[in-house]
Design a protein around this ligand. Sequence first.
Ligand code: V47
Length: 353
Amino acid sequence: MDLIQKVRNKERLTQEDGEALYDLDLYTLGELADEIRQEKYGKKSYFNINRHINPTNVCADICKFCAYSASRKNPNQYTMSHDEILKIVDNSVKNGAKEMHIVSAHNPNDGVEWYMGAFRKIKEKYPEVHVKAMTAAEIDFLTREYGHSYDEIIDMMIENGVDSMPGGGAEIFDEGVREYLCKGKVTSEQWLDIHEKWHNKGKESNATMLFGHVETRAHRIDHMIRLRDLQDKTGGFNAFIPLVYQRDNNFLKVKEFPSGQEILKTYAISRIILDNIPHIKAYWVTASINLALIAQEFGADDLDGTIEKESIQSAAGAASSHGMNLNDFVAMIKNSGFQPVERDSLYHELATY
Ligand code: V47
């Protein structure tokens, strides 16, 4: 059957279908993805008022794409104390942040309690603030370093106030590419297993895909289909976030970077393939705000948030070190023809601007 008709009939797409979607022209793909997006959300574009906190850059693992980790080119190690983290939270809550998105490097120096104590102290002081913390890569690291099981770490996260898990650490699931990018870190199977365990506790999470480096289009489709398979089992993913690879200050040798067209096609295809993941997030930090705004017409319905400060991707060249002013963010979404809707971390609508 004609692929376009198959998409419009909402039939499940295969690996081959997904690869063939890339051969469609950008406008056709955009139209197909936009039809799905409009049916689900109309012109609504979601965002939240959040703060990214990256409490340490000391890392026991080595990922070629990472410009943030202090074990590589970056000689400026830092690890925040709980008091320093709480000061950031105090300030951000004053500024209206409702979510703390906390992602650390894999710190081998301070024990599990350094991680868990921070979450607990934030939650004790601000029970209404949503703590989104601990990528599957961090969880896997803690089990390797300190001899716990995944279940034990997950139970500790829940006891200490982690509300949801971010989607980091997924990179690209293809084992060959993964071996080249980040050998020794959480495997694809383990990443999926950790999210499955988290979902089985009744908790929600996101999923990312780092693309635009050495992977092929087929690897991206394979990544999406592995997520779709898990989502069929658990239903626990809220959002899929294609992260565009940032090229500065790291050890990955990439010959060709994806064009804006290729990035938009990838958003559109993810909207089409991931028929069971509710939200597609155009994370403005890695897409650039300009392309993220256009991605709203290519299947994306979410732009992440105001962020305030971000250290991982800005170390690799993204223009995100100072976040985004709320009024500017809202005005840009409006000017691009969409309706800004502030959401909480689990996509309940809070305010329409
Ligand atoms: O897992 C590291 C990525 C991720 C680079 O869940 C890079 O809502 C691009 O996961 N170029 C952490 N990306 C950030 C993350 C995230 C971001 C926004 C929202 C959510 C969510 C999650 O950053 C890592 C890694 O894949 N990353 N280096 C780089 N050079």
